[in-house]
Design a protein around this ligand. Structure first.
Ligand SMILES: Cc1cc2nc3c(=O)[nH]c(=O)nc-3n(C[C@H](O)[C@H](O)[C@H](O)COP(=O)(O)O)c2cc1C
Length: 646
């Protein structure tokens, strides 16, 4: 991590590849929940008092007869037996033990760094899968803090407390007290990268940028912890005209008070803005000033192009929450994927920040443009890796014949997304419309994205329903299958959909009519494939941006059924004064304004229609763009009011 002030941006390495490798190793080896202690009794629990760790000694006893491997090192004397563990931005120096297992481990490190995802086991060790099996020569020994142990040949353990157990010693951490070691390893899961190199691992350009404005120095350390944790670059915003102490004496009509009260205030930034191309993720840290981000953050966001990037806001304050401070920044980078921000108390520790950063899972390997709408291609990249068209045809209430006709006309007018459901009873018609368009050379199967939905039923039955849907639609695979609504054996149905993904019958899966974080969390608790889409009632008066924001951290995109409010409400939506005014301004229909707003707000929209003219009109929304201000006007129409109750 390197701190830069305005205009001085230095690259730094990232651990993305290491984390990805660790993830692959985890998948290959399976993440065993069996901890080392299960094979031996824990005799004592050490105290956390400050004791300097003893340096490595010969193993207390040898047990050559029980294992075919030597407990003596076979490496020539004088061979450098030091290796290192990189963790949380710190480096542990480890002297390898003198035995064949340690030799094998040193050999392994010669072919490259070994990242290990380690978790706590009891209150005395971190353990994680090595991704390979090394020779063992287990001995019954009481471990000491700092012992690095090979467990069952394929897991590695670092002790920060004592335990009596049969193990193979790989080495011992040098020059650290027990408390220091415990502090560095922290609590919870952590990636520890073992290496023969004490220096930084292979430099790579960082994909993460941490941007910070901190006038009195409370927020800045938090930014530094994040940058340190992620080996990210750090850019500090400095005001061209620095804020004096008088400038920030709030509630005195000081400069900061005046700026925060002035919607047009954009304090100038000293130096050049950073080049943000190449970054996937941008953290933005600031103090709360009168409940909001300081206006200089607005200057920054208006000065750089963060389209397609993930932005994670964070702040410190005296007592105020993050509140609307982050949400009010969204319009300044409307094409970025904003994650839910977080407020921290002044003095938050590196450990707490590290926990938070870990929980964000931002280095999970998900492409940065997941969930970002591409208006050129008219698609969004789902977290499943598939692209989904952002505007399509809804077919609810259409008969088979109507659906056939509508699908055909939708495809003919350029739409590529068709939405149906088992419940609608028109999959046969949808399939016929698709086939007709394929037969006429309008589209190929691959060009079209078909969504269907299943509801109810148990596990086996859900699997059968997917086969029925494939048959009725007359397709080899369905692009997206959703659980139609919660409540009927969600887990069983979801698992059946996951099986169907693995069998190649479905490409992406998701859920429909899940409106709260809690409902989404419930699905995430049993999902092994994260939902790609949540299809919900979403319209001018029910925007549910809270859910959208929450889902976006998982790369989940929200899709709107009822983009015009649904039957009985459409005329009210079309007749809304703001919508009518904008229709006039942009020379478009109310329907087109609403649909364009849906898309620009990050909602896939599937207006239903059986009228070919309406379908063509609904699709004709790519030749204009609503301004930020107009988007905000529509945003303000939200009444948090749903019409339906399923
Ligand atoms: C102009 C101004 C306005 C502030 N308004 C608030 C506020 O509304 N709520 C709050 O809890 N703290 C408020 N504070 C306190 C700061 O948010 C808090 O001290 C913060 O941690 C400072 O961060 P920094 O040291 O990184 O600049 C305000 C401070 C200033 C200077």
């Amino acid at each position: 991590m390197k701190l830069m002030n305005s205009g001085n941006l230095l690259s730094n390495r990232t651990r993305i590849s290491a984390l990805l490798l660790a993830l692959m190793l985890l998948l290959l080896t399976g993440c065993s929940s069996t901890g080392p202690a299960e094979t031996g009794a824990l005799t004592e629990s050490g105290s956390a008092e400050e004791t300097t760790l003893p340096t490595v000694t010969e193993p207390a006893s040898e047990n050559e007869a029980s294992e075919p491997y030597s407990t003596k090192s076979s490496l020539p004397e004088g061979t450098d037996r030091m290796f290192y563990a990189h963790v949380n931005g710190k480096v542990l120096k480890i002297l390898a033990a003198e035995n064949s297992s340690a030799d094998a481990f040193l050999d392994l490190l010669k072919s490259g760094d070994v990242p290990v995802e380690m978790h706590d086991y009891g209150s005395f060790e971190k353990v994680g899968p090595l991704g390979t099996t090394l020779p063992r020569n287990d001995e019954q020994i009481t471990t000491e803090p700092g012992d690095v142990i090979l467990y069952q040949g394929d897991q590695i353990t670092i002790y920060y407390d004592v335990n009596n157990w049969s193990f193979t010693r790989l080495g011992k951490v040098q020059d650290l007290s027990q408390a220091e070691l415990k502090d560095i390893l922290g609590s919870g899961n952590v990636t520890v990268t073992f290496s023969l190199s004490e220096g930084r691992m292979e430099p790579e350009s960082s994909k993460v940028l941490v941007v910070i404005f901190s006038r009195t120095g409370h927020t800045k350390p938090l930014a530094e912890y994040i940058a340190e944790d992620l080996n990210a670059d750090l850019y500090e915003i400095e005001a061209k005209v620095p804020y004096t102490d008088d400038d920030i004496k709030y509630y005195t009509n000081c400069r900061a008070d005046r700026e925060q009260n002035d919607p047009s205030a954009r304090p100038e930034i000293a130096g050049e803005l950073p080049d943000v191309t190449g970054y996937d993720t941008v953290f933005i840290g600031y103090p709360i000033w009168h409940g909001q981000a300081p206006k200089i953050i607005y200057t920054f966001l208006e000065g750089v192009d963060l389209s397609g990037k993930t932005i994670i806001p964070f702040c410190t304050s005296h007592s105020s929450p993050l509140g609307t401070s982050a949400e009010n920044l969204h319009p300044l980078a409307p094409d970025a994927a904003w994650m839910e921000g977080r407020r921290f108390a002044i003095g938050t520790t590196a450990g707490e920040i590290s926990e938070w950063v870990k929980s964000l899972d931002i280095l999970s390997g998900q492409p940065a443009d997941t969930g970002v709408f591409d208006f050129e291609k008219q698609t969004v990249l789902l977290n499943s890796g598939y692209e989904m068209p952002i505007i399509g045809l809804g077919t609810w209430t259409l008969s088979d014949d109507e659906a056939e006709n509508s699908v055909y006309h939708a495809l003919k007018s350029g739409m590529r997304l068709i939405d149906t459901a088992r419940y609608y009873g028109n999959e046969v018609g949808v399939g016929r419309g698709l086939q007709k368009a394929i037969d006429e050379g309008i589209v190929t199967r691959e060009d079209v994205f078909i969504t269907s939905k299943i509801y109810g039923g148990n596990y086996e039955r859900a699997g059968g329903i997917i086969d029925d849907a494939l048959k009725d639609l007359n397709v080899d695979y369905i692009d997206l299958m959703l659980i139609h609504q919660p409540g009927y054996d969600d887990e069983g149905v979801y698992k059946a959909m996951e099986d169907a993904v693995r069998a190649g019958k479905l490409r992406s899966i998701g859920i429909s009519n899940y409106y709260t974080k809690e409902q989404v969390d419930e699905v995430l608790s049993f999902a092994t494939i994260v939902p790609a889409v949540i299809q919900n009632e979403n319209h001018l008066y029910y925007q549910n941006t809270e859910l959208q924001e929450y889902a976006s951290q998982y790369g989940i995109v929200i899709e709107s059924w009822y983009p015009f409010g649904g039957r009985g409400h459409t005329s009210e939506h079309f007749g809304n004064e703001v919508i009518k005014e904008l229709a006039e301004k942009y020379g478009k229909s109310s329907a087109q304004i609403i649909l364009r707003w849906q898309l620009q707000a990050g909602f896939i929209a599937i207006p239903g229609s059986s009228n070919p003219d309406h379908i063509a009109e609904n699709y004709d929304i790519f030749d204009f763009e609503l301004s930020k201000e107009d988007m905000q006007r529509i945003r303000e129409l939200d009444q948090h009011e749903r019409y339906e109750n399923w």
